[in-house]
Design a protein around this ligand. Sequence first.
Ligand code: RIB
Ligand code: CA
Length: 321
Amino acid sequence: MQKILIDADTGIDDSIAILYALRCPDIRVVGITTGCGNTDAAQAAENTLRLVKMAGVSYPVPVAIGENKPLGGEWEGPVPHIHGKNGVGDVELPPTEQKPLAEHASDFILRQAREQGRDLTIVTLGRMTNLALALEKEPNLPSMVKNVVFMGGTFRHPGNVTPVSEANLFGDPEAADRVFQAGFDLTMVGLDVTMKSRLTSQHLDLLVKYATPGNEEIAAYIRKAMTGRYYPFNRWQNNCLDHCPVHDPSALLYVTDPSLFTTRKARARVECSGQFTRGMVVADFREYPFDAPYLTICVDVDERRAVEKLIAAFTHQETLL
Ligand code: RIB
Ligand code: CA
């Protein structure tokens, strides 16, 4: 059983990643923290609480709200053209009685690190602001947890915000660079792999058709959120005719099955300035590289197996046979 803590800016792809983790029998989600990005941190928490309710988990999953701005400035606001006004494609998720904790996300991360110890994997699906704040409070955090896996950045693939930067790292490069330098066992699940795995409308139809008992509502939600808002945006941005990339769920797929991915290691930093390069991951392969800890970079993925594993979490085993 893997213990994971998720930090998310709960938009459409975050929601699928969260549902996957909550429905995965090999994973125990010890809590979810939120920050701004796809939507504001409070709305991200509200979405998360409703997802926890919809997932019907048999154990408590606390949710803590975090920062609503990046370390180095102000948040530029939500992206309703991608994730809808409510962050989850304007789909109305079932309401819940559960409230967010009074504790700040960074304090919750620290408390869980202390309580769960070296068993804990932290997975970030948005900006790394909350994790960077936790680090500021406890510089020994890297030695207190098992590892950190993040969706963000790009190595060889073009960026999705600038020619070289991905949205989560572009949104708070200072936070990301602090995390890169801290000494975590750190794995990047970036655009090199997330743009390769595609969720097609055929997959979504199979998801709904073969959803196992308890997953019907989840499957219907995923198809509605994807096709209503996310597909049209991806058609415009990525020429995706009838499919979309699998960003945030890929980080959870890495946690549950690293064998799906090919990785390489590099000493790397995040560019915090630069007119065209802010948020860029700079990997140093020189003979005498700069003195940064090694980062594990996912450079390739078995996309067919990855997408099948994602769908299989909600469906009968024989769905894709
Ligand atoms: O670049 C993709 C990332 O930006 C995903 O995490 C998405 O949810 C947004 O946060
Ligand atoms: Ca995200």
